[in-house]
Write a protein that binds this ligand. Structure first.
Ligand SMILES: Cc1ncc(COP(=O)(O)O)c(C=O)c1O
Length: 382
């Protein structure tokens, strides 16, 4: 362990946690100092919404703070069922299943959809939870170049035919680049090559689409058949609570309940959290102005960055990377911003590829234009 930690330090890859003492809107207090934070996935500002807190308190009083058991034993409670019904209605699908985290939902789905003799085709920039799900699946995993449908097509033709089943796995909005997967093209390839399509909407849930369902809703491509694609979402980011969910057919959900080990062998989501998440779903559907404000801020930030000479990134969302290259350069830039009261995390390998360390600017609906201008001015002052 000592050798490993020393090696991480030597390569500027050592990580440590910072204690946040207070959070209020887009501001946080660390070590006695206030910062404007560009480091949160609470994209719509719902984590601190009193309506969620009230519902959480009501559920805690009625059902307790913990579910007490896995859902198949005795942990499946009324708030879970109500949340799943609301999620299914919101997503416009037959059924939904709630997990204790988005990570668990991805492990479960990727790890269960494919098995021995099957083939998974996975985007090179997929999140660790999808990668680990693929590892658990015991299927062959083929990595296609990021968002490259020609490469995916090539792999499907060369390596897909001999597989018993085929699964394509992708995020919709990529967590570290803020760009979009080519969803309509992925759906088309999936149809032509008889694949299941798993789309992780973690960073798009609540942010895109008229009802906030995600990028698939915005691109209106889910209408072909009601089990296509299979969607994963998280309750922990724009929904301001905690947990993950899978949305799909009744058959898929029944199968996961019987087969998905991260669901079967883990305590159900805490009832207050289920209550809070349910309230958040209702707010997200009813208050589209939150996501409109968020996306307008993101556009404003990209414009300002371009105007001050930062290369336009491929971001098309509330996540805007400033790629600097080495881990050391990313750390130094992040520290420079900290000295100016701005919290922007340096993201280093293995979270991003070698040589692509960056600042990950994460906007929320709570940021003002002044916050954005302050950040751009600090970046521009080299
Ligand atoms: C793309 C993606 N999927 C899934 C997850 C996991 O979600 P959760 O934080 O709810 O476990 C994350 C979180 O970092 C993510 O970025």
């Amino acid at each position: 362990m000592d050798d490993d930690l020393a090696d991480l330090r030597r390569r500027d890859l050592h990580r440590r946690r910072r204690l946040v003492r207070l959070r209020e809107g887009s501001h946080v207090r660390l070590g006695g100092r206030d910062f404007v934070s560009f480091a949160s996935n609470d994209y719509l500002g719902l984590a601190g919404d009193p309506r969620l807190a009230r519902e959480a308190a009501r559920m805690a009083r009625r059902y307790g703070c913990g579910a007490g058991a896995s859902p198949l034993v005795s942990g499946y409670l009324a708030p879970h069922r109500a949340l799943e019904r609301d999620l299914a209605r919101w997503e416009g699908v037959e059924s939904a299943l709630v997990f204790s985290s988005g990570f668990a939902a991805n492990l479960a789905l990727a790890g269960t959809l494919a098995g021995e003799g099957d083939a998974i085709f996975s985007d090179a920039l997929n999140h660790a939870s999808l990668i680990d799900g693929c590892r658990l699946a015991r299927a062959r995993t083929h990595i296609y170049r990021h968002a490259d449908v020609n490469h995916l097509h090539d792999l499907l033709v060369r390596l897909g035919r001999s597989a018993r089943r085929r699964v394509i796995v992708s995020e919709s909005v990529f967590s570290m680049d803020g760009d979009w997967a080519p969803l309509p093209e992925l759906a088309d390839l999936a149809r032509r090559h008889d694949c299941s399509l798993l789309i992780d909407e973690a960073h798009a849930t609540g942010v895109f689409g008229a009802n906030g369902r995600g990028l698939a809703e915005l691109l209106a491509f889910r209408s072909q058949a009601n089990d296509f694609p299979i969607t994963v979402g998280t309750l922990s980011k724009a929904l301001g609570a905690q947990g993950g969910f899978v949305a799909g057919t009744r058959r898929l959900i029944e199968w996961l309940v019987n087969r998905a080990r991260p669901y079967i062998f883990s305590t159900a989501l805490a009832p207050p959290v289920a209550g809070a998440a349910r309230r958040a779903v209702a707010i997200v559907a009813a208050e589209p102005e939150r996501r409109a404000r968020l996306l307008a801020r993101a556009e404003f930030l990209r414009e300002r960055l371009r105007a001050s000479g930062y290369p336009a990134s491929g971001s098309r969302s509330q996540i805007v990377p400033v790629v600097v290259g080495s881990a050391r350069a990313a750390l130094e830039l992040s520290q420079r911003l900290r000295r100016r009261g701005l919290l922007v995390p340096a993201i280093r390998p293995p979270t991003v590829p070698d040589g692509a360390a960056r600042l990950r600017i994460s906007l929320t609906a709570m940021h003002s234009e002044e916050d954005v201008l302050r950040l751009v001015a600090a970046l521009a002052d080299r």
